[in-house]
Write a protein that binds this ligand. Structure first.
Ligand code: ACM
Length: 504
């Protein structure tokens, strides 16, 4: 009898944590454990539905030699389920094999990330190495709460190579984060190659007065295309940010003829600089220049959004510029407060003509830019309510708790987990105008990929669950228990994790 019991239990003993539900982050809508396991020990053939070739390739990227040749009937199946919503997936593991069901690439990519988390944590980096493998049998139905689950990275204050950016994106994908907001220009460096204006990168990407101490770099258009494709394969879309009319010392150093003032300008090494000078909003060349920049940017980033920054603009230099004063009279701009909106209205028209929807930073103090998506970066429910009542589309990126350059002492993992982005009193109709949510990583004091990762994780795990899972399903103790296992995954993948944030 004992021997029989032992034999019956044997498959269970091979599971990563016998008896415990698989520790998936973010938590799926529904996960049913089933008896048994799938022994995935050798190259196993796959069946690939039309439209799933990219997903099959992603499975190969992650599972290496465990994924065998394509066959019409095979134990691992990518199945088309056209009635499933965008990004939703179903994942079934049985003793006979694995079925990944979705309507499109996004859903299959999400299913693959969940499948990775069914592995024993230590095996996630190299599943094909290390002996017999048993995946627990499960039936999972899952779909995201929000389709905009973002992370912003500032690559101007400090530059991160295209390969490092890919690593950031791959770790996002593990957590089913799907929007990488790429802050590409600022006072401390212009990072995007624009072929029509080579000085943007030959001059604007470099800082330091002493030639021996010059630092900088930029992304070539070929590198950007590579990063965009790498991200798309992982169901991550990229929103580029080109800051204007302020935060532009790198731009003005490269092309001082576009500046409001006389300069001199230099790409500054002072990382905490406030706004200095701005673009000359009265100069037609500024609009022609930006239109050219938009054309090249739009060709590189296919997703239809363009973030134009717009935060922290010092309006005072416009007051001392007779050209801008004359332009204000001519355009009927009544005062300094209306200069930036008049500028941005023209930018919106240019970007729209290139098929882009514009996103602007919004802090709740000035009037929101009509027609733009407001990226609201403070956290006052009454300001959000006002935006939504006015019918503005909004992406929420609240500094507290989602600026991840800030200390864990301020924005702790548990605070992030407790964050509920839709405050009470918001109607379902108004909530439809909340397009999604992001965290931001400004890099004034973050130098390395390891810095960025540790500032992001583990609180990014909590964020991923806030953005993905139904709010009623969130329970802190349960999250902590799953996070404990998940931290082993991050360790196996070589991802740096902040000790303060993992104090569980
Ligand atoms: C911002 O924090 N200035 C967007």
């Amino acid at each position: 009898m004992k021997a029989l019991l032992l034999a019956l239990c044997l498959p269970a003993l091979l599971l990563p944590a016998a008896g415990a539900a698989p520790a998936i982050i973010p938590l799926p809508i529904s996960l049913q454990e089933q008896p048994g396991a799938f022994a995935w020990n050798a190259s196993t053939p796959i069946t690939v539905a039309p439209g799933a070739a990219e997903a099959a390739s992603l499975l190969r990227d992650y599972f290496g030699g465990l994924v065998g040749p394509e066959k019409t009937r095979a134990p691992i199946v990518f199945e088309a389920a056209p009635t499933l919503p965008e990004e939703a997936y179903e994942l079934e593991v049985t003793p006979q094999g694995i079925v990944l069901r979705a309507a499109s690439h996004a859903g299959w990519a999400n299913a693959i990330q969940t499948l990775r988390q069914l592995l024993p944590p230590a095996r996630i980096a190299h599943p094909a190495a290390g002996g017999p493998l048993a995946l627990p049998c499960v039936v999972i139905h899952d779909a995201p709460r929000s389709h905009w689950r973002g992370l912003m990275l500032d690559c101007s204050r400090h530059f991160f190579t295209a390969d490092e950016v890919k690593q950031v994106i791959d770790t996002m994908a593990l957590h089913k984060l799907n929007v990488f907001h790429w802050h590409l220009t600022d006072n401390n460096g212009w990072r995007l190659e624009i072929r029509k204006y080579p000085r943007l990168t030959s001059v604007g990407a470099w800082r330091g007065d002493d030639p021996a101490e010059r630092v900088g770099d930029f992304y070539t258009q070929d590198e950007v295309r590579e990063v965009v494709a790498y991200a798309a394969k992982r169901n991550v879309t990229i929103v580029p940010e080109i800051e204007m009319p302020g935060h532009g010392m790198a731009l003005l150093t490269a092309y001082p003829e576009l500046a409001n003032g006389k300069g001199p300008f230099r790409v500054t090494s002072e990382l905490f600089i406030g706004a200095a000078d701005t673009l000359d909003v009265s100069n037609p060349k500024v609009y022609a220049f930006l239109d050219d920049v938009f054309a090249e940017t739009a060709a590189l980033f296919p997703n239809g959004y363009l973030h134009i920054g717009g935060d922290e603009v010092d309006q005072r230099p416009w007051q001392n510029n007779p050209r801008v004063q004359a332009w204000m009279k001519e355009k009927g701009v009544p005062d300094l407060d209306h200069v930036q909106p008049a500028f941005t209205a023209r930018i919106l028209a240019l970007a729209q003509a290139r098929g882009r929807r514009v996103i602007c930073w919004y802090n709740g103090r000035a009037a929101p830019m009509p027609g733009a998506i407001q990226m609201y970066y403070n956290n006052h429910p009454e300001v959000l309510a006002k935006l939504l009542q006015a019918g503005d589309d909004v992406v929420l990126c609240p500094d507290y708790p989602l600026y991840f350059d800030l200390a864990y002492a301020d924005n702790s993992t548990d605070k992030v987990y407790a964050y509920e982005p839709i405050p009470e009193g918001i109607t379902p109709e108004q909530a439809r105008h909340i397009l999604g949510y992001e965290a931001a990583i400004w890099t004034e004091h973050l130098y390395t990929l390891a810095n960025i990762e540790a500032q992001t994780y583990p609180r990014g795990c909590a964020m991923a669950e806030v953005f993905w899972s139904p709010p009623a399903a969130r329970h802190l103790d349960d999250f902590h228990a799953r996070l404990k296992v998940h931290l082993e995954r991050l360790k196996a993948l070589g991802i740096s994790v902040h000790k303060r944030g993992s104090d569980i």
